[in-house]
Write a new protein. Structure first.
Length: 181
């Protein structure tokens, strides 16, 4: 008797489970809703002394940066089964774009948040280092310049990365096993 054929192999494709997808989307929705609520709160209370002292421009920058960083959850959750495209080449292109959008969203969001904090610190330093103790006016334009410079440098680096060596999506299945292990 010839040996029977071995049982078929099961490949573990390491797909993101439905529970994890639902958790990720729920957390994303929570962040979006929270940032929207804080934007509305800031707008509603923009004339109160606390919000005026905190400077709404910086609060909006921080909220926008948090929203952009949280948006990395969406492309991180994409794989073959979440893309609705039927053609493999089109699906692969959209997954490549999802892969490359992750550093764009993460870095630009991070840059916006921390440039707002950096600009706020710069504004405080200008006021505190005023030698003649007169009232000093530091405009938004004075402190937005560093934010624009930081974001521009990030965009340049990310653009070069995207053009020279973009991230590519590739499925690497886990180890194949049969019913005997």
């Amino acid at each position: 008797h010839p040996d029977p054929l071995p049982p078929p192999l099961d490949h573990n494709c390491n797909f993101i489970g439905n529970g994890e997808l639902i958790t990720g989307y729920t957390l994303y929705a929570t962040v979006v809703l929270t940032t929207f609520c804080f934007c509305c709160w800031t707008w509603t209370h923009r004339s109160t002394s606390v919000v005026v002292a905190a400077q709404p421009v910086f609060l909006y920058m921080i909220l926008f940066g948090i929203f952009v960083m949280a948006s990395t959850i969406l492309p991180l959750s994409m794989h073959e089964h979440t893309c609705s495209l039927d053609l493999i080449t089109e699906s692969s292109k959209s997954l490549d774009m999802c892969c490359m959008s992750i550093p764009w969203l993460a870095e630009c969001g991070f840059c916006v948040v921390f440039s707002a904090l950096f600009d706020k610190t710069l504004r405080i330093n200008k006021v505190m280092h005023q030698r003649n103790f007169r009232r000093v006016t530091v405009g938004v334009k004075d402190v937005i310049k560093p934010a624009v410079m930081l974001l521009s440098s990030n965009v340049i680096v990310l653009t070069v990365w995207t053009l020279v060596a973009p991230l590519k999506w590739k499925r690497i299945p886990g180890e194949a096993t049969d019913q005997y292990g």
